[in-house]
Design a binder for this molecule. Structure first.
Ligand code: NAI
Length: 253
């Protein structure tokens, strides 16, 4: 296959969680590969920064200030894409609490954002792709947390495991339309979610890096390249899979 299998010229992508971290890096890389990128997030200033980065690289960005748990608003934004070829459902939140202290409202909030937010994005995108006949690619965001448990990770892990099940199920249902659905399950990545901007972060990162055969933690760009691979024709025969950009560490806890 030619190297230009990664070329997304003429394609439209929709990325949730595009105001920060992995979503921002993914949006910027998809734009660099030639796609027009619709960027959605709760964080309006962050969205503007992402759009500016895309613009500075010569790309085209459209921003949607929204909450992924608002199905109607998300649906409107997705429907505004003239044609949709790529959905990357990246938006997510971290939550940590021991099982014995986990409250219903914690579980509800994490499931709402990390599972239902992804489900809505997948449903809206798949409907539109089927209607438009675009043989698109949907990329969901799971986590290394789905492979093993981890202290405090009940809500987060359950939501991410649900994302994996959604991914595998949807892949079987929309495959006949030529639509592919895959999940990315990153290891420890340096973002706001893992405390990039917090005191003491360097020490935590050094500990995490020692667990990787590669001797470092991941950067958002590492995951962005996995998203680009799954979004592009380079992965034309890949569907229903979980890809793990994790530096060789199954679970860094
Ligand atoms: P981040 O905190 O840098 O970015 C998350 C983005 O999602 C933010 O811009 C935030 O505003 C947005 N967001 C949160 N709730 C939202 C909502 N209800 N509606 C719209 N936007 C919303 O975090 P990071 O690390 O880039 O995480 C991105 C995804 O990758 C998440 O799904 C996370 O669970 C997953 N992930 C991250 C890992 C890491 O080590 N950083 C490891 C494994 C998975």
């Amino acid at each position: 296959m030619a190297v230009d299998a990664y070329d997304l010229t003429g394609r439209t992508a929709f990325v949730t969680g595009a105001a920060s971290g992995i979503g921002r890096a993914g949006a910027v890389l998809l734009a660099r590969a030639g796609a027009t990128v619709h960027c959605a997030d709760l964080d309006a200033p962050g969205l503007d920064e992402t759009a500016a980065l895309i613009g500075a690289g010569g790309g085209t960005a459209v921003t949607h200030h929204l909450d992924v748990t608002d199905r109607a608003r998300l649906g409107q934004a997705v429907m505004s894409c003239e044609q949709l070829h790529i959905m990357a459902a990246v938006a997510g939140i971290m939550h940590s609490s021991p099982v014995l202290e986990t409250r219903d409202e914690d579980l509800d909030r994490v499931l709402d954002v990390n599972f239902k937010g992804v489900l809505y994005a997948c449903q809206e995108a798949a409907r539109l792709m089927v209607a438009q006949g675009t043989r698109g690619s949907i990329v969901t965001m799971a986590s290394g947390a789905v492979d093993t448990g981890g202290p405090g990770l009940l809500c987060y892990g359950v939501a991410k495991a649900a994302v994996v099940q959604l991914t595998r199920t949807l892949a079987t249902e929309v495959g006949p339309h030529g639509i592919r659905v895959n999940a990315v399950a990153p290891g420890w990545i340096r973002t706001a979610m893992t405390g990039r901007h917090e005191a003491g972060q360097a020490r935590t990162e050094a500990l995490m890096a020692r667990r990787s055969p590669l001797g470092r933690v991941g950067e958002p760009e590492d995951v962005a390249h996995t998203i680009l691979y799954l979004a592009s024709d380079a992965s034309a025969f890949v569907t229903g899979q979980i890809l793990r950009p994790n530096g060789g560490v199954a679970m860094p806890w």
